[in-house]
Design a protein around this ligand. Structure first.
Ligand code: NAI
Length: 410
């Protein structure tokens, strides 16, 4: 039995802003969502508000501000997709209180970062950046001195999550020995070995690469003391977050050649646009490779982001699944073949679940499955019910005190 949506998929209007990759449109279309408009740029505020008035799903990147006013204008909005990593551009709490989950794609560029780390590792071990700078200046510095293979060297990975573990696999295939340190127990891939402390890792690593999130605990994780504990002549790569390394201390260690070199992609303060000057104590050091936060910036990552976010949005619209939503209770739901599915978003206050069940019981509707998840101020209940008469339940469900949104997937 095929399921019928509360609104047919081809009538669900999707607006994609800011040149989101075409693959998003294809993903929506494959899922049956054929009413997709894709615009190249961001819209001026007035136009944005006008456009939003009619759409059910909006996709954006970093330049569209979906603030409280924009959300107010978006009366029919069901879900938001940030086709990027960051979600600061959306008033997340406001959206949640309107029953609108916001999705993003935090891991679609994992492989891109991992590949860059491997490339940078080779560049550092061969001192390519300095040699290339000389060559650009017309100077021929052909020497094997200080140039090494990766093979047989020890790579220390700090943070063995999505990116760290990918780097682990790639580095081993280059013949490196891999050790790692994480604050939670992880499954070692290949022959990688966990180290109980960061200091232990620093003591044995020829190259240290950082892949931790930005948290209070990781702020200045690589402090002056920690940098001093690296092996003499070792290398450091930071493609995680700028706050993780004390860059002044790093610049000092590099200037004095206590460590041999570094590659840095992320900085405590980064220019907001191409017109702003990039300021860093690492500038001008020939044993440092600097890149402008491009670890995850590849065409492939953009494609992956497009597919990932479009898939999450379609899954939410089809089944109510909120896995991956950044502002919403997370429910991972299987398709609801053979029954109707009631979605109810409400304020997380006592008594709502009982009120919902009372409404369902009063209508004589038989419940097959019930899921509840809360997050902060929001509660999310999903009921799979017999495909009897459910048309009359929506109004009383919406009337429950604290109710934010209710809909039925048929
Ligand atoms: P993830 O969340 O999958 O992995 C992070 C790992 O670090 C987790 O296993 C966690 O347990 C561990 N961790 C947390 N605190 C730690 C600590 N104090 N010491 C040791 N381990 C700790 O994150 P993912 O996707 O691997 O990303 C890692 C970093 O890379 C993030 O900071 C992210 O912002 C950054 N990133 C940078 C990009 C770029 O363009 N350069 C692109 C994508 C991500």
């Amino acid at each position: 039995m095929t399921s019928r949506l509360s609104r047919p998929r081809d009538q669900i209007r999707v607006l994609l802003l800011e040149g989101i990759h075409e693959r998003a449109v294809q993903s929506f279309e494959r899922a049956g969502y054929t009413s997709v408009r894709r615009l190249e740029g961001a819209l001026p505020v007035d136009e944005l508000h006008r456009e939003l008035a009619d759409v059910h799903i909006v996709g954006l990147r970093s330049r569209t501000q979906l603030d409280a006013d924009a959300l107010q204008a978006a009366r029919r909005l069901v879900a938001v997709g940030c086709f990027c990593i960051g979600t600061n551009q959306v008033a997340l709490d406001d959206a949640a209180l309107r029953g609108v989950p916001v999705f993003n794609a935090p891991h679609s560029n994992t492989r891109s970062v991992a590949e860059l780390v491997i490339g940078l590792s080779v560049m550092l071990f061969r001192d390519v950046f300095r040699k290339s700078s000389f060559a650009h200046d017309g100077k021929w510095r052909k020497t094997a001195k200080g140039a090494h293979e990766l093979r047989g060297k020890t790579l220390g990975i700090v943070g063995y999550g999505h990116i760290g573990s990918q780097v682990s696999v790639l580095a081993e295939s280059m013949g490196m020995r891999v050790v790692y340190h994480d604050i939670v127990p992880k499954l070692s891939l290949g022959n990688a070995r966990p180290q109980t402390s960061l200091d232990e890792l620093l003591a044995v690593s020829d190259l240290v690469t950082l892949h931790v999130p930005q948290t209070p605990e990781t702020s200045n994780l690589m402090s002056a003391e920690r940098i001093a504990r690296m092996r003499p002549g070792a290398f450091l790569i930071n493609a995680s977050r700028g706050t993780v390394v004390d860059v002044d201390a790093l610049a000092g260690a590099l200037r004095e050649e206590r460590i041999a070199g570094a590659a840095v992609d992320v900085f405590p303060t980064e220019p907001k646009n191409a017109d702003e000057e990039f300021i860093s104590p690492l500038r001008g050091l020939r044993n440092v490779i600097l890149t402008p936060h491009v670890g995850g910036s590849t065409v492939e990552a953009q494609e992956a982001i497009a597919v990932d976010v479009a898939t999450q949005l379609a899954a939410y619209s089809d089944s109510g699944t909120t896995t991956g939503a950044v502002n919403f209770p997370q429910l991972n739901l299987t398709p609801h073949a053979g029954c109707h599915r009631i979605l109810h978003v409400h304020r997380n206050v006592p008594g709502v679940l009982r009120a919902i069940n009372d409404v369902i019981a009063d209508q004589g509707v038989n419940i097959r499955g019930q899921h509840l998840q809360t997050r902060g101020e929001i509660g999310y209940v999903v009921l799979d019910v017999e495909r009897t008469q459910t048309d009359d339940v929506l109004e009383p469900l919406r009337a429950i005190e604290g109710s934010i949104r209710a809909r039925i997937l048929y």
